[in-house]
Design a protein around this ligand. Structure first.
Ligand code: IMP
Ligand code: MG
Length: 225
């Protein structure tokens, strides 16, 4: 594990900051405290799309769960290094948050596979971007936004196990257990959710909504354009 730099005080304790002042959301003129959430209906990107979203898991619930997952990983791999492999693009936000809750020597790599639409119909997955580094002898944690049919994970697991990592674990923020078409399981699961289409916190609908801070159910939607 990395030793703290000489000038570093550890554990790091930030100085208390001044209380934030109340601000106005430019799109709605609604007042809000910068540290609290705007109601979802005032989020600028939802306005005018025709999409109806309802919050399933709040930003605060996600944050608390990510801390828990980070602590578990830190404990399980105590004294070792891990490589987090994010499945692009949906896992980017989860990976960024999870990594900062893991108190170990951590490195990142990324993999990308073909789009959801095709795989759900045919079960076919195409590799778009492979990992950059060798995984031989390393502790690999694959970081996924969501487990749905399990087809993507099955493909990636087989591909990466062939690279002979020392350990191979899967961390998935969300798990739609009822949607499985092939057996697949994560070692670290954030939330089990119903078999409904969700967006936010990295998950998209037509590349939109990845930046929503909560996970939301998409109840009705426009045509995706
Ligand atoms: P699987 O191969 O069916 O398990 O699908 C995994 C991938 O499908 C995830 O990495 C997501 O990109 C995508 N996906 C599955 N369910 C949803 C959803 O409800 N919203 C957005 N993307 C989803
Ligand atoms: Mg994905």
């Amino acid at each position: 594990m990395r030793k703290p730099f000489k000038s570093e005080t550890w554990p790091y304790s930030p100085k208390p900051t001044a209380q934030p002042s109340v601000k106005q959301c430019p799109s709605t003129k609604q007042s809000f405290e910068p540290t609290t959430l705007r109601p979802l209906m005032y989020h600028p990107i939802v306005q005018g799309t025709g999409d109806k979203l309802t919050v399933l898991i709040t930003r605060e619930q996600i944050a608390a769960k990510v801390v828990e997952m980070g602590v578990r990983i830190t404990t399980d791999f105590a004294g070792q290094s891990v490589v987090l492999i994010g499945v692009l693009r949906g896992a980017a936000i989860f990976l960024a948050d999870l990594a900062r809750q893991i108190d170990l020597d951590v490195s990142f790599d990324f993999i990308a596979v073909s789009s959801y639409g095709n795989s759900k119909q045919s079960g076919e997955i195409k590799l778009i971007k492979d990992v950059d580094d060798s995984l031989e002898g390393r502790n690999v944690i694959l970081v996924e936004d969501i487990l749905d049919t399990g087809i993507t994970l099955t493909y990636i697991r087989k591909l990466l196990l062939a690279r002979q990592p020392r350990a191979f674990k899967v961390a998935a923020l969300l798990d739609k257990v009822a949607a499985r078409k092939v057996p697949a399981q994560a070692d670290y699961v954030g939330f089990q959710i119903p078999d409904q289409f969700v967006v936010g916190y990295g998950l998209d609908f037509g590349q939109r909504y990845r930046n929503l801070p909560h996970v939301c159910i998409m109840e009705t939607h426009s045509d995706g354009n």
